[in-house]
Ligand binder design. Structure first.
Ligand code: NDP
Length: 501
């Protein structure tokens, strides 16, 4: 048998005994000088780091993005040129549940991707839905508070959720997707992913195009009904981890067809909807999806904590050829995600191996907690400021992004005035067959249990505006589930059951 390596302290000294603490006599107390005991306990106390405020429960794997289509006329991004293969990391997640939450819960799924390109890391931090509940980042913390625990009861609050949604009709599109079949996928490989925001491409001529990213599951869509999910959760809380880890372990590598929708820059002034509104899609008939390649996940992490819990995805990570857009939510996330990582993982979170670019990195940031990259990344100790005469790294004008042509007076524009919040949910509702519609109605009714009648009625009025069949379908399902009477005059503070009495 090969010699086993000697166990050492974290300072590298050999450990003589890892079974017995140092005690004063065989039956006496332990001594403070048993530093290895203290070190072990101290490490254990520090094993957890703050969980993500949202998207705490996640599952991930490594893979590759292979580009087969030719979109070089839209973007000079090296990772998106024909034939290029880029290593990548994916992390999927639920939004609301804590780290120990069950996987098979009805919730939007995060679909976060990090592409290690030769021009640096490009992160696409999307969801399994093409839209979101709010379009203005000022509402994001309020929305998330309604999804998390009530401060007094420490329970999730359907009242808070429906109160917020019914007062925020821009949420209708996402609420309809969440309550539809696609709101409860069987596992990450059976759902689509979307960049969700509008980003931009720019080409070598400096022309800009607006772009939406789509990742279409090649395993087919698979969903649980609420009843099926209840059964699954009763048996295992880790069904996504089991499915994703198991499939990759067996060599059944999940794949997604990668598509983009391209909008010429000037069209943004003309579309009937705001193309930078995160509650809207671009209809395929107007901007047809273009196939550009395939994303495959083919390697499980060796260490979940190091490679998935420590993974830091941020829409701030873009590379030459890819730009942002005026999408307000995107602009807030550009700040907010990187800031969340600084808080959760530390200032130098991008030096954690899973977050490190696979290309050379040269910058002038210095010092700080856990600065493990050897001081300053300029290659010369005298080059610690810029400009300098000591051969330090310099900017490269050739990768300058073309100007973002935006003009307007700074103001707080009311995003609810003149914005059609009903047309696109209607287009989706019209795609559903009878069975899908009925499951939508019953899922909504189930989620409304205990919600005061006034809030229920406010929400029903929105569903009516999407389609009378939508509102009436939910009314009928509410009656079946809770005995709720459609014509009952709602009273503030009454639950549907109370309002029905
Ligand atoms: P299309 O019929 O051209 O496109 C339909 C899109 O809807 C496809 O991407 C399809 O995804 C998706 N879809 C089909 N069935 C469902 C379902 N039951 N739940 C959720 N998504 C579904 O229509 P439009 O482009 O005009 O869009 C109509 C509506 O479809 C939109 O209002 C939006 O709600 C929804 N949608 C649109 C998307 C877009 O980018 N235009 C993207 C996703 C949804 P798949 O190909 O995977 O089946």
């Amino acid at each position: 048998m090969a010699d086993k390596p000697t166990m050492t302290t974290s300072a590298g000294a050999p450990v003589s005994d890892n079974q017995n603490s140092i005690t004063a006599g065989e039956r006496g107390p332990v001594l403070l000088q048993d530093y290895q005991l203290i070190e072990k306990l101290a490490h254990q106390n520090r094993e957890r780091i703050p969980e993500r405020v949202v998207h705490a429960k996640g599952w991930g794997a490594h893979g590759v993005l292979k580009i087969t289509g030719d979109i070089s006329k839209y973007t000079c991004a090296k990772a998106l040129q024909p034939g290029v293969e880029t290593p990548m990391l994916a992390r999927f997640s639920t939004v609301a549940g804590e780290q120990g939450a069950a996987d098979a819960e009805r919730d939007v799924r995060g679909f976060a991707l990090k592409f290690y390109t030769e021009d640096g890391n490009w992160d696409l931090v999307g969801n399994n839905t093409p839209v979101f509940f709010v379009r203005d980042p000022l509402k994001f913390p309020d929305f998330i508070h309604t999804q998390k625990r009530h401060p007094r009861t420490n329970l999730r609050s359907p009242t808070a959720m429906w109160d917020f949604w019914s007062l925020s009709p821009e949420s209708l599109h996402q609420v309809t997707i969440l309550m539809s079949d696609r709101g409860l996928p069987v596992a990450p490989m059976f759902m689509n992913g979307y960049g969700s925001h509008t980003y931009s491409f720019w080409n070598e001529k400096g022309e800009r195009f607006w772009v939406k990213f789509h990742f279409k599951t090649m395993q087919g869509h698979k969903h649980y009904t609420n009843a099926e999910a209840e059964e699954v959760v009763g048996k295992t809380r880790e069904s996504y981890q089991e499915e994703l880890y198991g499939a990759i372990d067996r060599g059944e590598f999940p794949k997604w067809k990668v598509q983009v929708q391209i909008m010429p820059e000037a069209d943004a002034e003309k579309t009937a909807y705001n193309p930078f509104d995160l509650t809207k899609v671009w209809p395929h008939a107007d901007y047809p999806p273009i196939d550009i390649g395939v994303m495959e996940l083919n390697r499980n992490p060796d260490n979940y904590f190091s490679e998935i819990e420590n993974a830091a995805f941020s829409p701030s990570n873009i590379v030459p050829g890819i730009g942002h857009s005026p999408d307000k939510m995107l602009q807030a996330r550009v700040f907010s995600y990187a800031d969340a990582h600084r808080y959760r993982l530390g200032t130098h979170y991008e030096t954690i191996p899973v977050n490190q670019p696979k290309c050379p990195v040269h910058h002038y940031h210095r010092d700080g907690e856990m600065n493990t990259f050897g001081g300053i990344k300029t290659g010369n100790p005298d080059a610690y400021y810029e400009p300098n005469s000591f051969g330090g790294p310099v900017e490269k004008h050739a990768v300058k992004e073309p100007p973002l042509k935006i003009s307007g007076d700074a103001d707080r524009y009311n995003h609810r005035i003149g914005n059609d919040d009903y047309g696109q949910p209607r287009a989706l509702f019209n795609l559903f067959d009878e069975g899908q519609k009925n499951r939508l109605f019953s899922n909504i009714a189930a989620a409304m249990g205990g919600v005061p009648g006034e809030i229920v009625e406010r929400q029903l009025a929105h569903f009516d505006k999407i389609h009378p069949d939508y509102g009436n379908g939910v009314r009928k399902a509410l009656k079946e589930a809770h005995g709720y009477e459609p014509n009952a005059v709602p009273v503030t503070g009454k639950t549907p059951q109370q309002a029905a009495e």
